[in-house]
Design a protein around this ligand. Sequence first.
Ligand SMILES: NC(=O)c1ccc[n+]([C@@H]2O[C@H](COP(=O)([O-])OP(=O)(O)OC[C@H]3O[C@@H](n4cnc5c(N)ncnc54)[C@H](OP(=O)(O)O)[C@@H]3O)[C@@H](O)[C@H]2O)c1
Length: 340
Amino acid sequence: MTSLPAAQREVRLLTKPTGLPALEHFEVVETPVVPPGEGEVLVRNLYFHVFATLRILIAGATQDTPFPVLDPGDTLVGAAIGEVIEAPDGVGLRPGDLVSHWLGWREYALVPSAECARIDRTALPDPVAHLQQGWTAYAALTRGVELRPGDTVFVSAGGSGIGSMAGLIARQLGAGRVIASAGSREKAERLRSELGYDAVVVRGEESLGDQLAKAAPDGIDVYFDNVGGEQLRAAVDAARPGARFVLIGALSGQLAADSTGTTAPVELDSLPLIHKRIEMRGFSSDDYDDKNEWTERFGTWLRAGEITFPHVLVKGIENAPRTLLEVIEGRHIGSVVVEL
Ligand SMILES: NC(=O)c1ccc[n+]([C@@H]2O[C@H](COP(=O)([O-])OP(=O)(O)OC[C@H]3O[C@@H](n4cnc5c(N)ncnc54)[C@H](OP(=O)(O)O)[C@@H]3O)[C@@H](O)[C@H]2O)c1
């Protein structure tokens, strides 16, 4: 049996914030590492994903997510990649296997074996690439709106984990003009130069509708909506006849400081929806189980240098709470991952 370290660190919710979280709401604590109990796998986490909408669970709202609500004293959760240290017989896992699971935010995790999925180490060139959210973006663009070559695509929050992949995948699938939104001019410039967007509109500046009209003078065919709110309204105005909208997220409400993040109200003029025959579809990649198609395609594109995996690596669990606040503030581009 492998000798286990005496202790490991994890990030817990200390108190519930009333608005958006701050550093004072988290604590990094040390706990003993214990061998797995019945039906459990002990995993040494290597990486975990930091995503902004964790704030909804911190705020105490359930929504329709696979995660539990977090109470003070609970360890935070999120997608993680790790290496099996100990596994019971008969679960198809062995020490040394690379696995994915949902118990991030800790250095060692005791994961129910049914919630631990083995990763084929040869599928993607870098293990951290298994934490990208390209599957959601790919499924939405291929199953949700069936992107067509030449389409003009608008991706709101085009620098987020999912948004950055959506922009790159849209291009790869033959989109014509690809436009993003971002939270600052500086970020907009980076999205143009680093991710290759043709134009980027900036939220919080002059009318988003005017900016989008300039960015897409002939209108948009596809709207990949991570945000809702005024960006959804601007997209309706900019839509071409027959435009297809795929609604992925509602960050304008989910990250609103004055709510728990479970509503994202927006006033829409329904007449253009009718006149332009706009198709609008709420979408969840959880409804599809053919993720292998994406992983194979992504691996092929990565190896051929046809796509990148935009991400930021932050070293050390002690930096994870600060990193979550930065993700909520939109300071990073791509998927944000803590490396342990
Ligand atoms: N439908 C599905 O299957 C599915 C699956 C997973 C996740 N999701 C959803 O997908 C969306 C994107 O998730 P993600 O992981 O890509 O996000 P993320 O990487 O955590 O990034 C969050 C982004 O939010 C933006 N933001 C911050 N404050 C905002 C505000 N007040 N209004 C609008 N945008 C704000 C920031 O970009 P800027 O500052 O640059 O605007 C930031 O980049 C979320 O709504 C998530 O719940 C959907």
